[in-house]
Design a protein around this ligand. Sequence first.
Ligand SMILES: Nc1nc2c(ncn2[C@@H]2O[C@H](COP(=O)(O)OP(=O)(O)OP(=O)(O)O)[C@@H](O)[C@H]2O)c(=O)[nH]1
Ligand SMILES: [Mg+2]
Length: 392
Amino acid sequence: MSTLEHAASRPDADARPGIPLVSVVIPCLDEADTIEACVSRARAALQEHGLPGEVLVVDNGSADGSPQLAAAAGARVIQEPRRGYGSAYLAGFAAARGEYIVMADADLTYDFGEIPRFVAPLREGAQLVMGDRMDNIQPGAMPWLHRYVGNPVLSGILNLFFRTGVRDAHCGMRALRRDVLPRLDLRTSGMEFASEMVIRAAKEGLDIRQLAIEYRPRGGSSKLSSFRDGWRHLRFLLVHSPTHLFTLPGAALGILGALVMLTVLTGANVLGREWQLHTMIVGSLLAIVGAQVISLGLCAHAYGMYFMGDRDHWFDRLRARFRLEHGLLVGGALFATGLVLAGVVVALWVERGFGRLGEESLAVLAATLVIIGLQVVFSSFLLSILGLRRPR
Ligand SMILES: Nc1nc2c(ncn2[C@@H]2O[C@H](COP(=O)(O)OP(=O)(O)OP(=O)(O)O)[C@@H](O)[C@H]2O)c(=O)[nH]1
Ligand SMILES: [Mg+2]
């Protein structure tokens, strides 16, 4: 194993004698066909542009001799026992010594000659530089499913949820300043690491720049599993955005449920007919599920803010205005209204001499209000519990 370091002293303020300025980190799993060329090209790019640097290859137990080939080509090889693209990068970042880190795959899909173009914006103050492959995908480089479905859909959802402004959020060639790593606090072990970095960078308000690059057909075989890794990305996006996972769908369900129940109760003519008990049951179901999903969403927001360092202005304003007692009052009022309506149904039954009773819709409304009222009361307590140990 060896490290590539140029003794050449540079006038630049960021160069420190004897310490690499740039660490090129390459995750590698069974890439014997291409790893040597990747390491050689990365080293050549650093050398040609007078960038003191090192090339790190992070291996996860390749069975095809990739680590030996990488070491022979001049890389420092790191062995990471935990599997996965994210785990490999986390190990590589921990071992990297350069002020700037350049990331790229070991399959020759990216041009290592671009390293200086990625480093230049970092030296000018950028904190993350993202490659953008979308206008330069060579024939055969990306399967149809990824090009026209997976990438645009996942990048679209990512930007809808997190407004990162990054066009090609899954691009594997990127660069970042090593000193932003503590702020990014990256944790994921799989391919969703690519999304995590972009989302965390946007949440931290980092200076993100984008560079158009080429994407070439890979050598060797792909380690990306379209559906498994696609789902891992989607799952990551959902669990990090309670607004889109819970609050918005919950509000939509709740409002729809309330409208459906109102239609039945007022006997309004909708779509040319009046709606009865079965529709009332559907409305009740929607309203109850909606309330439940919203309360779970509020708890998820609270957890994110108190324990995961999320910043959420919307939830912050809500928290400043509403206390546990407000929740108890609202829940209690709904519960009491439900009980009163249930009492009315019972009174009507008594009045009719305990005979047949046709107040099903009113009974469903009463039950719905009792259920939602109790839910609001207990969710308010849960929110309050989550806030007990929140950081000051
Ligand atoms: N160390 C390590 N590297 C991995 C692992 N999974 C993938 N890699 C490497 O991470 C890089 C990205 O994986 P690829 O299979 O190229 O995935 P991709 O670039 O999204 O898909 P393709 O377009 O098919 O190349 C490659 O250099 C892989 O060798 C892993 O579990 N451990
Ligand atoms: Mg690849």
